[in-house]
Design a protein around this ligand. Sequence first.
Ligand code: HEM
Length: 495
Amino acid sequence: MGKVGLDLETPQLPQSISSNIPYIGHVLGYVRGGHSYFSSLCTRTSLPVFTIRMAKVRMSLVKPELTRDLPKVRHLSLGPLVLQIFRRSLELGEFSCSLLKEDDELSRKFAREVSRLFREEFIPNRNLRKYVEEIDGYVHHADFGNVHRMAIEGGQKIFIEAWIFKTLVSGLGKSLWGGDNGPFGDPEFVTHLRTFLMNMKRLNAPFDFMIDNKLLTSRRFVRERLEKFSFEEYVDKCVSGNTDAVEESFLGRVRALCLTHGAAVEGWTDYQLLLIAGLGPNVTAASTWMFHHLLADPELLVKVRKELDEFVKESEGSVDVADMSEACPLLLATWYEVLRFHGGFSLGRYVHEDTTLASKYLLKKGSYALAPLRPHHFDRQVWGPAAADFLPGRFLKEDGSLDEIQRRKLRVYGVFGTLCPGRYLAVHMAMALTVRLLLAFDMTPLNGSHTLPHESKDTVAGLATPAFDVEVAMRKRDNICQGVKIRFKSSRQAF
Ligand code: HEM
């Protein structure tokens, strides 16, 4: 009797699930299937949590029924997982590795402080307003100007993903890294950055001779340009004596934090790369998928365009993107459906000390806890029998307005108690881009109908990117909305 009591109360190690090929079977599964391999393991077992071994790494996979308990688990941290994912692909140096390991109080404090900086920078409305309007300014003047001219001059073709990456990442990058004169003002930098970020899995190979030279060149180019930028900024600062402007900028504050924790120049370059790898790809992938789905479903596109045209007409030349959830619910619903449908990645943490999940399961020190999101985002009990279909309407109420309850079921922004600090900026950037694109152009697939790409298995973190890029023709629309201004006025955070 006493023994049964003890068994119930003593946390147990989650049951282990082995693969057909010992030691490397799960590694091969992941290499072939990407994050969907983890989801498929979840669907194969009824256990709420189970353990797998990938070579030397032990991971506990946590299924949706236990994700609510994750924020309560102690002794977890993100840094060591980031290190596992990015150490080789970003070529991180000694300093960043020791900081990300978070095995002393100083580095753990750094992680907490840098998270606080992110939240303070990207959540308040006054900052969002600055970013949304500034990024739109870059997008509108640089990238749209070019496409506009060429579209008027007799048709312009673009590759959707490449163009959206260039447009959004340049806009966000310029707004954080010194405007048009910073690294993101150079199209060559952005092209190398894209090559580099889109090939993280290949750059993760254990030896450089296994990696295509083109990728190594792109990585080198990006690193050198960031180093040069930091150096030039430092020289400018010394020459002008104006230290305040640089140090008060967001990037200046992140750098100051790195420096107080002992970063050398390479350490700061590493950290900037980590930031770029975290900030850009998700919003680019989500926006790209949104356009793919709009093009693949002409009926949806017509409806979305109609609500947008009406909204812009009523806005009298100044569109407030914060009002779009009310004025363009179908467009927002499409955005959320993209996050659900393509939000099949996994979120995780490193376990610093033996700890428990749901008071029942023992998570061992040195292992990882991983929560694949697809089992939740495709759960028929949560989303209904058509969970496997792309249906933006599931985010709308019967009266056509956005359904907040449905939106809150999404888990793409975090499940471990902290949420992505860029979530508000992401949706507003995407909406501003959509307003610009849909107002100015008719986008038509080159072969008459649009092929929706499948998801790439090579995305290491965040939303999967489309497996291939699609070229579309851009024709300038005759519309009433020339010179429309994008604003972010609202004091609400409605998204
Ligand atoms: C649809 C777009 C996006 C998605 C799905 C997304 C998702 C995520 C997720 C899942 C995390 C990890 C949360 C955790 O495990 O605690 C994260 C972290 C982060 N995201 Fe995003 N993100 C997006 C866009 C952005 C944008 C545009 C920014 C730019 C400001 C951004 C900035 C960050 C930062 C700085 C972190 C690290 C937070 C920390 O260490 O405390 N994200 N994001």
